[in-house]
Each structure stands twice: as structure tokens, then as C-alpha cells.
Design a protein around this ligand. Structure first.
Ligand code: CA
Length: 223
């Protein structure tokens, strides 16, 4: 079981890490929101422990960004204030539980074990739209039973469209979620990538799945 701790107070982070390692967990730590989010996106953690007040992106931004990517790792957030607004906000943004600082390590451990037992609310690993099948876990896609040979970026793009099926995704959102950066509005990298993806996903088939919404972006419909 692997845990990510995002906490900028080194003493707290070290104390939590020591306790969790002694309890048999593999623990990574990050001391600011940006590097924490990078780690969270890179690896499959079983639980994330997230401080709210962080330099760079704060815990709320990390959490909403992480969930926006469709990631469902359980998240426990740590808040310094016992405020109802904070708790509600955290849970609304997709956290699974929270602890108010200061807390006893035994309490944290109990919460970690509870969210692990509950497990993440999973999206199914294989998503289907018409005869298109996207296996998010195995990173494979097929159409009409034929395997689609996609590059990793093409797969990410397709997976995003399929996960957000029916939602028109703007170029900016696609650029952010697939490439993790903001492109100048005059670059057409997203259009080029969608065109390439279409040659594999749509061109050989009669029914076209990827639809361009002029002036807005792209969508895959399921109807
Ligand atoms: Ca902090």
C-alpha cells in the first residue's frame, strides 16, 4: 500500500511518514501543491493525505485538479480549522474524509484504514461507446473488435473524450488535461492531435464518433 503525503510542515510530514512506514505503508512526501499534484498524477497511490494550506497550489486546488482528471484515489485532507465550511468544501471537492489539526497519529491511521477498506468509488475500467472500447486500466482501445494502435497522448486524448462523453470539451481544457499546459490560443496542437486520432478511430469506420463543435471544441456523443 502506497501513500502520498502532501504537507509543507516538514515536522508534521516526517512524523506522519515515520508512523505510516512503521505501520507497513510505502510513503512518498511532497512539500508543496505543485510537486504533490505531479506525484499524484504520476503514480497510483492507495491513499493521499493532503494538507489544505500549501504553498503553490493549495490543497483545494490539488484536490479539484486531481478529481477533474478522473482520478479516484481516496483523499484525506488535513485542516487547521475545525470549520464546517472547510469540511463541506473538502467533501464537495471529492475528499473522502478529513482530520482537524492537531490530531493523534492513531486517529489518522484509523481513518486511513477506513478509506482503504471502503475503497475508491471506481469508474469501470472499460468504457464503451457504440463499438468503441477503451480500457482505462490497460491503456488499450479497440473499435469493432479491432485494436487501435494509439500513441500514449492519443490514448489520453481518447480516454478524456470518452470519460467526458456527451460533454463538449474546449481546446484549452483538452490542452491542459492531456498535455498539462496552456497553449497559446493560436496554436493548433489540439486540432492536429484530434485529426490524427480521427484517422485511427473514425476514418476506417462508417459511423463517426468524434464531433467538432465549431468555435468550441470536441465531443464524443453516445447516441
Ligand atoms: Ca500547511
Amino acid at each position: 500500500m502506497r501513500i502520498l503525503i502532501i504537507e509543507d510542515e516538514n515536522k508534521t510530514a516526517a512524523y506522519l511518514k515515520k508512523g505510516l512506514v512503521e505501520s507497513g505503508f510505502v510513503v512518498d512526501t511532497a512539500s508543496d501543491g505543485n510537486s504533490g499534484l505531479l506525484l499524484a498524477n504520476e503514480y497510483d497511490y492507495d491513499v493521499m493525505i493532503l494538507d489544505v494550506m500549501l504553498p503553490g497550489r493549495d490543497g483545494w486546488e490539488v484536490l479539484s485538479e486531481f478529481r477533474r482528471k478522473g482520478r479516484n484515489t481516496p483523499v484525506l485532507f488535513l485542516t487547521a480549522r475545525d470549520s464546517v465550511q472547510d469540511r463541506v468544501k473538502g467533501l464537495e471537492l471529492g475528499a473522502d474524509d478529513y482530520l482537524v489539526k492537531p490530531f493523534a497519529f492513531s486517529e489518522l491511521l484509523a481513518r486511513v484504514r477506513t478509506v482503504l477498506r471502503r475503497g475508491p468509488v471506481r469508474q469501470p475500467d472499460v468504457l464503451r461507446i457504440a463499438d468503441l472500447e477503451v480500457d482505462l486500466h490497460a491503456h488499450k482501445a479497440s473499435r469493432g473488435g479491432m485494436k487501435l494502435e494509439l500513441t500514449p497522448k492519443e490514448f489520453s486524448l481518447l480516454a478524456l473524450l470518452v470519460r467526458k462523453c456527451g460533454e463538449v470539451l474546449s481546446r484549452a481544457l483538452i490542452a491542459d488535461q492531456v498535455w498539462g499546459m496552456n497553449f497559446d490560443s493560436d496554436t493548433n496542437v489540439v486540432d492536429v492531435a484530434v485529426r490524427r486520432l480521427r484517422t485511427k478511430v473514425d476514418d476506417p469506420f462508417e459511423r463517426k464518433l468524434i464531433r467538432t463543435v465549431r468555435g468550441v471544441g470536441y465531443v464524443i456523443d453516445n447516441d
